[in-house]
Each structure stands twice: as C-alpha cells, then as structure tokens.
Design a protein around this ligand. Structure first.
Ligand code: GLN
Length: 495
C-alpha cells in the first residue's frame, strides 16, 4: 500500500470550467484580460512546485486577450470559447515562439508557422498562455525525460503527472489554465489525464490535423484535449476537429455537434467490458472504480455486455507491437534532427559525419537514443520481417478485434492505467516497467479508434483514478455521452 501523498496543490473541485468562464465572458462579468491575468498569477504561484510549463509568453497572452475584449466590445460575433486561456503542449508549433519538444536538440528552435490546431484555436479566440512540459519527443509515460526537468503531479507533487502530456494535464489540474492541448501516440493524453484527475480525449486518427505537430510515430500520433470536464472536451474538440489539406491523413468528413452529445441519454447503449482487462496486474482499487462506473451506467439504462479481445486485450501483443511500430517510425522521423536545418548543432566538428554524430549525441536524451537505435534495428535488412512486419500483422489483428467488439457494443469501458500515479523516479531506470504502464492505451492508437479518459474517483490515499471509454472510428459522440454520464455519477458521489 503506497503512503499518502505528501502535499496537495490541486484545486478545489468547484473551480470553473471553460464553459462557465465563457458564459461569464459573454455576460460581461469578466474579461479575457482578467482571465489571462488570473492564469498568469496561478502559473507564478504553482510553477516552482509543478513545472508544467516550458515557456510562458505573458505579453503575447495579454495582447491576444485584449484583442478578444476589443472585438467583443465592438459587437463582433465570437466563438463559444473566445477569451478562454489555453496551454499548448510544446510539441505543437506556435509561430514565433520556441517549440522544444522537451528536448535539448530543439531547445532554441523557433517555429516559423502555426500548427493547424494552433491556427484554429487562435481563430476561435482562445488565448494561448504558454507551452507545456512533456517527455522528450513525447516518448514516455511520466514527463520525467524532459530536458527541462520533470513535471510533478499537482494532486501529489512527489508523484508523476503521467506522460507524455504531463505538463498539459498538470496545468489543467492545478488551475494554471482551464484547457490544454496534448498529443497522444500511445496514451499520452489519456494516461496523464487519468493520473491528474482531469479529462483527456484522443479523437479518431485523422479527425484532427497533425500539421505542425512534431512527428513521433506518424501512423499513431493524434492531437487531443485536456480539460476539467467532458463538456469542455467537447467544446475544444469542436474547435480543432475537421479536414485539413495540409495533412494527407486528415479525414474529410463533417464534424458533428459534440457538445450536444454530452446530454444524450445512455439508456439503450451497450457498454462492453473485456474480461482480459481485469486480469492480474490491475490494482484492485482501480478495478473497483471501473466497476462503480459500470454500475452507474447500468442504473442509467445502459446495458453491460461481456466482450473478448483475444489480441487487443493482451499486453504481450499490444505492448510489443506498439513499441516496435512506434520506435521504427520514430527512428525515421527523428533523422531530420542532424544539426543542419533545425535546432542544436555541435561546435566545430571535424567533418560531416562528426557533425551528425556529435549533434545527435549531445542533443538527444537516453530514452530517445534507445528508441532510435531499437527502431533502426527493427527496420534493418534481415530483421525487418521478424520484427517490424510481424508487428504490423499484430496491428491488423488488434484492429480486427476492435471491429468485432464494436459489432456487439457501442463503447468499451476499461481502466486508463493499471495503477494510480507512481512516484517520481520509481520507473525511470526500468524502461520495460515504464512501457508496461501503457497496457490499456496503446492498442487504441494501433487501431486508430477514439478514446476518452474521465475521472472515476480517488484511491484510498487520494490519488486520482481514470476510467477509459473506447468507441468505433468517428464515434466520438458515443464516447462523450457515456463519459459525461460517468462523470455525473462520480461528481454526484453516487456509488
Ligand atoms: N508512453 C508511450 C510511449 O512512450 C506513449 C507516448 C505518447 O502517447 N506520446 O511511446
């Protein structure tokens, strides 16, 4: 039994949501400037302990806020979230500011353009306050591998916030901003949301543009949202979702009304529970929390169904296939960081090869190097068939498992992670242990399906527990309906 957390920075559960702040803005009860000033004050008070941000641009945030206030005063029609402060994971390009990816190699890289999601949040009048901390190049599950030092969990600062979007989850949990953007390649939005007690939504692969998201594993990466509640996740996803000609994998299908889905009754929906997910290794307190969510949904008229995931439910297949595919793609994607075009370059190298070797040796941290080497190995002649090709075949089987599961149910309910947040330093020297933490999240990215992580109570020592819902491709509305109902059950304290 872990000891209780040492201290708590996390805020009162009655702190306003983005929806409430937006209503106050519309009613003239507050201004975008006042909200940004409050956000900057919270950042000043919280950062010495939590370290959720890599950079904060107060002058730019205040200028953006003043612009929204000016437009509102002039009667300009504004989007529903105009004037609400937002944090952006430092893997998304924001023009004119540093985009570091938590890495030394990009520590001084200034992005020349806005990622599509960044352009969209700007156009919607959201105010970008700063860039959040992350595992280096989004490779990790704890935000401990950042060149800028670890982020701490606001609920219990001697525990990790999860990762790799740990800075975004911590910023929202600590009330530094009410909303944040993250990226999710194998769970990096959902797992930190679960560990910090906030909501994390990873949309269907292709639902949100990846243009301007620095690539980790391109066939798995997706931008997602972190928020205080499910309704806010719907509002922010509405802003960022939709087709983008700059991303060849972006889906050209209409974006439904996500906030309406949050009010849709769950009666008649079939919620699947996979028996494989409740096998050994799952913390009994997490299992009990998931069970409570299931019972609440049942009382609201949902039907619980037993599901089997013969491949997708097994860690040895999911973790193996995911880490092979992710590392293979990472080894190719990170080849561009060679000191010639972007970021850090070694001083006075003797020749070109020395320039590459020294730049990359100095610029990348240990975990990123490990993955580049393993990924290169898995793709090399003679090993390709044994590793990479086999992983792709397992990926197909995982996708088929989910296709079959969603013929018998509308959503699957699973844990987000096998345990609550672990302590800083506990897993950082044991990569396999760290990878195993992703057992409930990685198969979702291999299948390209959407998933949401929603708070499901706290453990006996006060650490947040997350519940995860998965749905068929483009069924985000189903996710929002069941997650909003689960949240009503948890926040009302219903058993
Ligand atoms: N923890 C997983 C990894 O390290 C997932 C990271 C992510 O989703 N970016 O690859």
């Amino acid at each position: 039994m872990p000891e209780p957390p040492a201290a708590t920075v996390a805020a009162a559960p009655d702190r306003p949501t983005a929806r409430q702040l937006a209503a106050e803005l519309r009613a003239g009860k507050t201004s975008a400037r006042a909200l940004v000033e409050a956000s900057l004050a919270a950042i000043a008070a919280t950062e010495p302990t939590i370290n959720a941000f890599i950079s904060v641009d107060a002058p730019s945030a205040l200028a953006q806020a003043d612009e929204v206030d000016r437009k509102r005063a002039a009667g300009v029609q504004l989007g529903p979230l105009a004037g609400v402060p937002l944090a952006v994971k430092d893997v998304l390009c924001v023009r004119g500011g540093r985009t570091t990816c938590g890495s030394r190699i990009l520590a001084d890289f200034v992005a020349p353009y806005d990622a599509t999601v960044v352009a969209r949040v700007r156009a919607a009048g959201l105010v970008i306050v700063g860039k959040t901390n992350m595992d280096e190049f989004a490779m990790g599950s704890s935000t401990e591998s950042s060149w800028f030092g670890p982020t701490r969990n606001p609920v219990a600062p001697d525990h990790v916030p999860g990762g790799s979007s740990g800075g975004s989850a911590a910023a929202v949990a600590a009330g530094e901003t009410v909303l944040a953007l993250g990226s999710d390649t194998g769970g990096s939005v959902r797992q930190p949301a679960g560990y910090c007690g906030v909501v994390g939504l990873k949309p269907t692969y292709g639902r949100v543009s990846r243009y301007g998201l620095v690539a980790y594993a391109s066939s798995l990466d997706q931008v997602g949202t972190l928020s205080r509640d499910v309704y806010d996740a719907a509002l922010l996803t509405q802003v960022i979702a939709g087709h983008d000609p700059h991303d060849a994998t972006s889906l050209d299908v209409p974006v439904p009304d996500y906030s309406a889905a949050c009010h849709r009754p769950v009666a008649g929906l079939r919620v699947g529970l996979a028996r494989e997910h409740f096998a050994s290794g799952l913390d009994p307190e997490v299992a009990a929390a998931i069970e409570r969510v299931a019972r609440h949904l049942e009382r609201r008229g949902a039907r619980l169904v037993d599901v089997s995931l013969p491949v997708a439910g097994h860690p040895e297949y999911c973790i193996g296939a995911y880490y092979l595919v992710a590392m293979a793609e990472a080894s190719a994607n990170l080849a561009r960081f060679d000191g010639v075009k972007y970021g850090h370059a070694a001083d006075a190298p003797s020749d070109l090869l020395a320039a590459y070797v020294r730049t990359r040796s100095e610029g990348f941290g240990a975990e990123v190097k490990r993955r580049i080497m393993l990924g290169t190995y898995a793709l090399s002649a003679g090993y390709y068939d044994a590793y990479y090709l086999k992983a792709q075949k397992v990926r197909t089987l995982i996708r088929r498992d989910y296709d079959a599961a969603f013929t018998g149910c509308d959503a699957l309910l699973t844990p987000v992670a096998p345990t609550t947040a672990f302590r800083l330093g506990d897993n950082i020297d044991d990569p396999l242990q760290m990878y195993l933490n992703d057992v409930y999240t990685v198969s979702v990215n291999l299948a390209g399906i959407p998933a949401i992580s929603v708070p499901a109570g706290v453990s006996s020592c006060g650490l947040p527990i997350g519940a995860q819902f998965l749905a068929a491709p483009l069924a985000e509305e189903v996710l929002l309906s069941v997650a909003a109902e689960a949240e009503r059950g948890t926040t009302r304290g219903e058993p």
